[in-house]
Design a protein around this ligand. Structure first.
Ligand code: CA
Length: 651
């Protein structure tokens, strides 16, 4: 028989289970265990006193139950009892943590039964999601739990921990706010946490040794990472501290988005997926396991129990931890149907939960592109956004070629590309889609499906990219380029996003070598830490970002929600004679906004689009909600800058 068909039949014989009681369901009187393991010959639960070491309490045989599941009930109060699943398949017995574990011991090797109610910090019962009215009102800020407070300059006691964000009034040596207060001062609406589920690349048992990893190597999807807690050995601690962090953000009015990495696991051999149901959870072709993630494997989201697992996991985080949004790592690996199911399930909790991801993969997948949640398929998913590599590379230059520049850093002939990005990859009659070759036409239905950015954890920081690609330019010119990049992201239609520290010239230097790092996932804190002393060195840049954020929040025209409004209300100036200049107006009920980008290293004169006085809010190195001056007729724009002026319609 053809191997593919053989596999298909093998698949078909698996039963699927649709209940919501997988894992350990705790009550004070008894705990019920249910594991989906249809191909197993026998399954037992091993109970342990602790998350590691030789401390087994007993081994309890599970009984085969409906739809490929195995069940066991254990009498008594099992809160904080550790357990594993002993699964025998094809004569081979392996000990695994429970894929549905809600708590684990050190390094996630053993699962733990937990009374979740007891893990709630004071006030968590009254905590509510933090949402914005429309997705385009969001301003996303990518942070790492570790990076944000680990450096001594943060003055945070629980440095690099969840609890670091619960400290109020923390200050740098220079007297500026740090940690949570710093983020609040900047004015962003949401933080996007880099991997904070339990990942495998940091040894939680030896945190006294300096270790660092971004954490894109999932081990336990439904449990917080242990190294960010004050005690990774006791399973309830990381849960409570994660909730304390969420509570602190919410009290500050900031939403919390999780970076979820369902596209691959740390490895196959030691994965609970592989141990419980061999070869089910991963994609394969004739040559073996495939690797669209470029991390060693890819998860087969299209299989019913994998899809269910992903949907169950995000709904669990949304309900149990009050998570306000999800960023899907390498979303292009997951199938469209799964992302639709994710959206549907989260809608039942709240349609305001944000969902977006990377609409690409790290390599070839056996599943055809048209079935996966690629950027080019965003229109077919619905209300799931994708990062715009268009605006990223058009504005700052390609992430693949360090020396390449973008519009803001001097590359020529990108005026049409800038228009494409400014309208949030939606359709606009003044964008030439034939000429624009980076993406295939307008890939978004609505601006809320587009996440605009010029920096994220991957690749060089914006400041480093400018340092390398514009190394012959002065610091002043590079600062102007940085400001123009920021303004282009914060004035584009869609959802703006940036990497923490972009607003203070964050750099990722490699210690001792003088080199700058892009893929710094396993480099020491020295490279990855946020350094708060930069706030003084880049004080004007910080103020510019803060001002732009406040300006965006104050003007609805920058946050249009419908594609129709983009088509109707935005008009690009066609009469500009200068190259490397793009100007457009956004016409709303209340006002006319004029936005112009000049990437030339000389000033240029532009005509104002309407008669009467315009109030200037963004010019040269200034941005904010106070009027800088009034102009009429025409205006001379500074070299390498964004100019924004407003004319109110009433009065
Ligand atoms: Ca871990």
């Amino acid at each position: 028989m053809e191997r593919a068909r053989e596999k298909e039949l093998y698949m078909e014989k698996f039963l699927t289970y649709s209940g919501n009681d997988l894992g350990a369901v705790y009550t004070a009187e008894e705990t019920s265990f249910r594991l989906w393991a249809p191909s197993a010959e026998s399954v037992s639960i091993c109970l342990y006193k602790q998350g590691d070491g030789d401390c087994k309490i007993s081994t309890e045989q599970m009984k085969r139950d409906v739809d490929g599941t195995w069940t066991l009930r254990v009498q008594g109060d099992l809160d904080r009892t550790y357990y594993t699943c002993l699964v025998t398949c094809d004569g081979r017995t392996r000990e695994s943590q429970d894929p549905y574990a809600r708590a684990v011991g050190v390094n996630g090797v053993r699962s733990m039964v937990v009374d979740l109610a007891k893990t709630d910090p004071d006030g968590f019962d009254l905590d509510r999601h933090v949402f914005v009215k429309n997705p385009t009102d969001a301003i996303l800020y990518e942070i790492s739990v570790s990076d944000m407070t680990r450096d001594r300059s943060s003055g945070v006691k629980n440095a690099g921990k969840y609890l670091g964000f619960t400290e109020k009034g923390t200050k740098s040596n220079e007297g500026f706010a740090t940690g949570l207060d710093y983020i609040r001062e900047l004015g962003v609406t949401h933080v996007q946490l880099m991997p904070s589920f339990d990942f495998g690349s940091i040894d939680e048992a030896h945190l006294e040794t300096e270790q660092y990893n971004w954490g894109y190597d999932p081990v336990n999807y439904n449990v917080p990472e242990g190294s960010y807690s004050t005690d990774p050995f006791h399973g309830e601690v990381r849960i409570r501290e994660f909730k304390q962090m969420v509570l602190a953000f919410h009290e500050a009015g900031i939403g919390v988005i999780m970076d979820v990495v369902f596209n691959h696991t740390y490895d196959i051999e030691h994965s609970c997926f592989q141990k419980c149901v061999p070869d089910y959870y991963y994609r394969r072709d004739e040559s073996g396991f495939t690797d669209a993630s470029a991390c060693g494997n890819e998860v087969a989201s299209e299989k019913p129990m994998v899809r269910k697992y992903i949907v169950d996991s995000v709904t669990y985080w949304a309900k149990e931890y009050h998570i306000d949004g999800f960023r899907f790592d390498l979303m292009g690996i997951l199938d469209i149907e799964t992302m639709k199911e994710v959206r549907k399930a989260l809608d039942e909790i709240s349609p305001d939960i944000l969902v977006y991801g990377e609409g690409w993969t790290g390599g070839q997948s056996p599943i055809p592109d048209k079935l996966r949640a690629m950027k080019s398929n965003v229109k077919r998913i619905g209300r799931v956004g994708a990062f715009s590599d268009d605006i990223r590379d058009n504005t700052r230059g390609s992430v693949f070629y360090d020396y390449e520049t973008g519009f803001a850093s001097g590359k020529q002939n990108l005026e049409n590309a800038v228009r494409y990005s400014a309208v949030g990859a939606c359709f606009h009659p003044q964008v030439d889609y034939e000429e624009y070759s980076y993406s295939n036409g307008a890939w978004a239905n609505v601006p809320s499906e587009v996440v605009n950015y010029v920096s994220c954890h991957d690749n060089m920081t914006l400041w480093d990219k400018l340092a390398v690609s514009c190394r012959e330019k002065s610091r002043e010119t590079r600062l102007a380029m940085n400001r123009l990049c920021a303004a282009m992201v914060l004035t584009a239609q869609g959802i703006p996003f940036f990497l923490a520290g972009e607003e203070m010239g964050r750099s990722k230097p490699i210690e001792g070598s003088g080199q700058l790092s892009g893929n710094s996932y396993n480099l020491p804190p020295y490279t990855n830490n946020i350094r708060y002393e930069n706030r003084s060195e880049f004080a004007d840049l910080f103020d510019y970002y803060k001002g732009l954020i406040a300006f965006r929040k104050a003007h609805k025209g920058l946050r249009l929600g419908k594609a129709e409004e983009i088509k109707k209300n935005i008009r690009f100036a066609e009469s500009l004679t200068e190259k490397n200049v793009v100007a457009f107006t956004i016409d709303t009920e209340e006002e006319i906004l004029l936005i112009a980008y000049n990437a030339n290293e000389d000033s240029v004169k532009i005509e104002l689009p309407a008669d009467g006085m315009f109030q200037v809010y963004v010019e040269n190195d200034k941005a904010g909600t106070s009027c800088l001056r009034s102009v009429a007729g025409s205006v001379r724009m500074d070299a390498v800058s964004c100019f924004i002026a407003v004319r109110k319609k009433s009065a």
